[in-house]
Design a protein around this ligand. Structure first.
Ligand SMILES: N[C@@H](CCC(=O)N[C@@H](CS)C(=O)NCC(=O)O)C(=O)O
Length: 229
């Protein structure tokens, strides 16, 4: 029996979209194994990822990787001819910079804004308002960077674009509504460009951009669950 590469993740998981899109772009076979921490995890999975997070990669050669950035870099590097890791070594460093920025500061701020509204983290109006401001502050960095460029790095499509667009899809689908988007036109145009690419659409056929941001959760939705993000 031939072993396949596996990615343990859940459908539409923002930390997995870029991994799957780059795999598609370089024709690297990965089977998605539906795994959702909010639904419950098997003992077997907890041996692979001891903090019970997704995604986790298990390669056909036995490689086990946690941390979405490491997985994305590993997958992208399977095709040495591909430009997905940037034309130069310095571009590669900038790719890692943007991936890290989005996977840490942007995701944390967005999650603090959105998860309480979805009822998957405790809700406090003040906390949500603060997280909304802090998200705008982080996205402004991307907006300024993209003002005179089409791509995050090196004026060509790289892993940074696919990976970061996947991460912020969570914002566009829930709170980056029409009014909010008008304040970030370059960031929004970049997102529309990346999400319309065939390799992105192969993973995420539909891109949701909300008209009106989520409002406060109803009392029955509120929770005390505390996922990190
Ligand atoms: N440092 C990890 C974080 C992974 C992570 O937090 N994943 C989220 C899903 S996108 C998760 O598993 N959350 C469940 C929880 O925190 O309980 C990475 O960058 O891959």
């Amino acid at each position: 029996m031939t072993l396949r590469n596996k990615l343990y993740t859940y459908k539409g998981g923002p930390r997995s979209i870029g991994i799957l899109a780059v795999a598609h772009a370089i024709d690297f076979d990965i089977e998605v194994v539906e795994t959702n921490p909010q639904v419950g995890l098997s003992e077997e999975y907890l041996k692979l990822n001891r903090l019970g997070k997704t995604p986790t990669f298990v390669g056909s050669d036995g490689t086990v990787l946690t941390e979405c950035m490491a997985i994305a870099l590993h997958v992208a590097s399977q095709d040495p001819e591909s430009r997905m890791l940037g034309p130069t070594q310095k571009d590669f460093i900038y790719i890692v910079q943007w991936m890290s920025f989005c996977n840490s500061d942007v995701v944390k701020r967005m999650a603090a804004w959105i998860l309480p509204l979805l009822g998957v983290a405790p809700y406090a109006a003040q906390g949500v308002e603060m997280a909304k401001k802090q998200t705008a502050q982080a996205i402004q960095i991307l907006e300024d960077h993209l003002r005179d460029r089409r791509h995050l790095v090196a004026d060509c499509l790289t892993l940074a674009d696919l990976f970061c667009a996947g991460l912020v899809s969570f914002g566009f689908a829930n709170v980056f509504d029409k009014a909010w988007r008008s304040g970030f036109p370059c960031f929004t145009a970049w997102y529309e460009m990346v999400t319309s690419l065939e390799m992105y659409r192969a993973v995420q056929p539909e891109t949701v951009m909300v008209e009106i941001a989520l409002g406060p959760p109803t009392p029955s939705m509120r929770t005390t669950y505390t996922a990190d993000d």
